[in-house]
Write a protein that binds this ligand. Structure first.
Ligand code: PMP
Length: 376
């Protein structure tokens, strides 16, 4: 889309790539095109560039005992973390735990491990704010639990899980490791990444390039590779390495971790103040949620009609999340909060980036009110 006359409030689906990342991508593709696995001088130089990018990623997260495995994004990284880990360590135990509001790239891995590989899968319910209570996890842990997977920030409602407490519980069990889907969390909350055994990054959620991401895992963990071949990425993910993607991911992470969250908090608070005055609306995101994501339901109108009408006016928000919208016509996340059918079938998500403004929030609210009036 070339027309710049629109308001983009769908940043949890994807963000606009930053100018500096695009410039680095172009420069790197032009000048560092040789295959990083080649043994000639250009190949060796490029392999060093990739190593440098990975070093810088680990430094950004203040990590010494982790390694970076480059992937096509968070879906692939979650798949490698969950399936690659479980298939590699199934001799230690087959009990694995996750929650009922994880992203499909996590939940589907659990279902596959249960249905095709005989794992004992336990899916814990979150509370009415979309948070997993540590005591519930504590009760579910067993001696043969090998994996716990809990997302840091939910992509639909923005609920924030207590990862520090969760890590402490998991690490009381010697066979268990913690995987955290941090896709929506990078730069948005403070996390002690060193306490997490495996976490993921998706570049396009942090103004990076689409089709790029990473699994960042403790160096002592092994995985059954999901993509076999020439043995790139320590044999864990074969396929020719993109030097440009590695460098751009490192830059996007550095920038994301420097972001000023307070600016987005102001946008969020202003939006929520306005939305709470509209009778038709019921909030799904609580005050403890990430300021980047505001989710609400319509009590009597169809969310898809409202989202389409706003889209016709050049304002882009989402009803059920983009990765889910083709499969289901309701939000399983909002359903998990205990909301009724009318509400979980009519959710709208507004998601911010650092580039949004108060004026955009006001324009959105005014147009939303008009749309709700018009479809009365
Ligand atoms: N996990 C979460 C929480 C997400 O929001 C997304 C993207 N919607 C993913 C995983 C998948 O990310 P990617 O598009 O990089 O595969």
């Amino acid at each position: 889309m070339k027309d710049n006359n629109f308001i983009y409030l769908d940043n949890a689906a994807t963000t606009k790539v930053s100018e500096t990342v695009v410039a680095l991508f172009a420069e790197s593709e032009k000048n560092s095109f040789a295959n990083a696995s080649s043994i000639h001088r250009l190949g060796v130089l490029n392999a060093k560039e990739v190593d440098k990018a990975k070093e810088s990623i680990l430094n950004s997260f203040k990590l010494k005992n982790h390694r970076v495995i480059l992937t096509s994004g968070a879906s692939e990284a979650n798949n490698l973390a969950i399936k690659g880990y479980c298939l590699n360590y199934s001799n230690r135990g087959k009990h694995i735990i996750t929650t009922n509001i994880e992203h499909p790239s996590v939940l589907e891995c659990f279902y596959q491990l249960r249905d095709k590989f005989g794992f004992d899968v336990e899916i814990l319910d979150v509370n009415s704010k979309g948070i997993i209570e540590p005591s519930i996890l504590e009760k579910a842990m067993r001696k043969d639990t090998i994996l716990v997977s809990v997302m840091a920030i939910n992509n639909e409602i923005g609920s924030v899980n207590p990862i520090k407490e969760i890590a402490e519980i998991v690490h009381k069990y010697p066979k268990a490791n913690l995987h955290v889907d941090t896709t929506q969390a990078i730069g948005k909350i403070n996390l002690d990444y060193s306490s997490i055994d495996m976490f993921v990054v998706s570049a396009h959620k942090i103004h990076g390039v689409k089709g790029s991401g990473a699994l960042i895992a403790k160096s002592n963990l092994s995985f059954m590779p999901l993509i076999s071949g020439g043995g790139q990425e320590d044999g864990l993910r074969s396929g020719t390495t993109s030097i440009a993607m590695a460098k751009c991911l490192s830059l996007a992470i550095k920038d994301a971790l420097k972001e000023d969250v307070n600016k987005v908090k102001e946008l969020r608070n202003h939006l929520v103040d306005e939305l709470e005055r509209i009778d038709e609306i019921e909030m799904n995101s609580s005050n403890e949620c990430s300021p980047y994501i505001v989710n609400f339901s319509l009590k009597s109108k169809k969310a898809s009609v409202v989202v389409e009408d706003l889209s016709n006016k050049g304002i882009f928000v989402s009803s059920v999340s983009a990765c889910n919208s083709k499969k289901e016509s309701y939000s399983y996340v909002v359903k998990a909060l205990g909301k009724n059918e009318k509400l979980y079938k009519n959710t709208i998500r507004v998601s911010f980036s650092k580039d949004n403004t108060i004026e955009e929030v006001d324009t959105f609210v005014n147009n939303l009110k008009q749309t709700l009036e018009a479809i009365r």
